[in-house]
Ligand binder design. Structure first.
Ligand code: ASP
Length: 421
């Protein structure tokens, strides 16, 4: 049986068992005996992310015969990332303005939302405030340059710093005598091959890991369902808008780009992406999915390592089309629910801030909702409004993360084709 079928079985079994365990009060059993396997799977993926990025990026950059290629690839990557993210938010905004899911929220909820009603919403607000306080306009640039390479590598959330270090290290290797550079490169190449083999081994465990992660997530989600009933209809419509937007973005934007700007067959692209999307879905983390995305792109889609090792880690940190689309829909949904009319200029502000926010959003579960607060504040909508959507946020997080990683892989494939032609 193909791996993705096994993962799908694990996923479906996880959903069923997750709901079953919360209905039958088996929560403690799940937490004690099932959830840990999910955590182990997640940790195994995170464990290899930094060595994989370092070894493949350094060898990739060092093998560039001409260094101007790096700036060309960089420029293309960042432009495509920004353009596709802006398209994603626009699709989200179009749908949410046409369907208006917020109008289905009963008026009685407005009062509930305008107070600092849930402690969860309050926590997220605190997180957003700390984020904002520490950020001057040039802070993202400063953040990219680590003051200690080992320190940067000791934490998966410093991926941009790791990318920066690996690029300058790779560039410096080009300039030294072969006698010195060769052993370093052979060593890193060996590490790279070993890690790719490790990804294969870890993925054998994926069906069980996915099962365990999903059991944990779904028993928590069903716990949240109580408060949701009063606004069920509105939330269902809101979720459908986000999902429809994500599907449209993947099926229209990426499909068109891949069709016209890559040599790959669409069918091949999407079938090879299934395991990547399933891992993203169950981990809700682009960062944790990165090793799987890299392996699939290199081994199955034939993306050149020097491209994938640069484009994909960067994408996992700064390219979040799914997140940006969701943020656009959620911001307008909350405004509609609170009876706040948004002007066209507000909508432009959403596009601009969502594109920037998605760059600043870390590839970890739930990061998108924290950045959503910054968007709400930019358009003067009370950020307590996020209380409305928190209960269903995890499920949307799973879906938007799948869209995020698909976007990274699509752009890597397109850039690879453009360099080969
Ligand atoms: N979980 C998302 C990711 O890792 C980020 C977010 O939207 O919360 O891509």
């Amino acid at each position: 049986m193909q791996l993705h079928w096994k993962i799908i079985i694990g996923l479906v079994a996880g959903v069923i068992f997750g709901f079953f365990s919360s209905i039958n009060n088996l929560g403690t059993f799940s937490t004690n005996y099932i959830a840990p396997f999910g955590t182990i799977f997640l940790n195994l993926l995170k464990l290899i992310a930094v060595p994989l990025v370092v070894s493949s990026l350094i060898t990739g950059v060092a093998s560039l015969s001409d260094t101007s290629k790096l700036s060309r690839i960089g420029l293309k990557t960042i432009s495509l990332y920004l353009i596709t993210t802006a398209i994603a938010v626009t699709i989200g905004l179009l749908l949410v303005n046409i369907i208006e899911p917020g109008n289905y929220v009963p008026d009685s909820y407005q009062e509930f939302l305008s107070e600092d009603s849930t402690s969860q919403a309050f926590d997220k607000k605190q997180q957003a405030n700390t984020l904002k306080e520490s950020r001057g306009p040039l802070q993202p640039l400063v953040d990219m340059v680590p003051s200690n390479a080992l320190n940067a590598m000791s934490n998966n959330s410093n991926m941009l710093q790791v990318v920066f270090f690996s690029i300058i290290f790779g560039l410096a290797i080009i300039g030294i005598d072969k006698k010195f550079s060769q052993p370093v490169l052979s060593f890193l190449e060996g590490i790279n091959q070993t890690i790719i083999r490790l990804v294969e081994l870890i993925m054998n465990f994926a069906p069980f890991g996915v099962f365990a992660l999903i059991v944990k997530t779904f028993s928590t989600i069903s716990g949240d369902l109580g408060y949701i009933t009063g606004i069920l209809q509105a939330l269902l419509i809101y979720m459908s808008v986000v999902i429809l937007g994500l599907l449209s973005h993947v099926m229209i934007t990426y499909t068109t780009l891949l069709k016209f700007f890559s040599n790959i067959k669409l069918k091949d692209f999407f079938s090879k992406m299934i395991p990547v999307q399933l891992v993203a879905f169950s981990t809700s983390s682009s960062g944790a999915t990165l090793p799987v995305t890299m392996k699939r792109c290199e081994k199955d889609l034939g993306v050149n390592e020097e491209i994938s090792s640069f484009v994909l880690p960067l994408g996992a940190t700064i390219n979040m089309d799914g997140t940006a689309l969701y943020q656009g829909v959620a911001a307008v949904f909350i405004a509609q629910a609170l009876g706040i009319d948004l002007t066209i200029s507000n909508q432009f502000t959403i596009v601009a801030t969502a594109v920037l926010a998605s760059i600043g959003t870390a590839g970890v579960p739930g990061a998108g909702v924290v950045m959503l607060i910054i968007i709400l504040e930019a358009i003067n909508v009370p950020s307590e409004g996020i209380a409305l959507i928190l209960g269903v946020d995890r499920i949307l997080d799973m879906i938007r993360t799948s869209a995020n990683v698909t976007g990274d892989a699509a752009i890597a494939t397109i850039i690879d084709s453009s360099e080969k032609s």
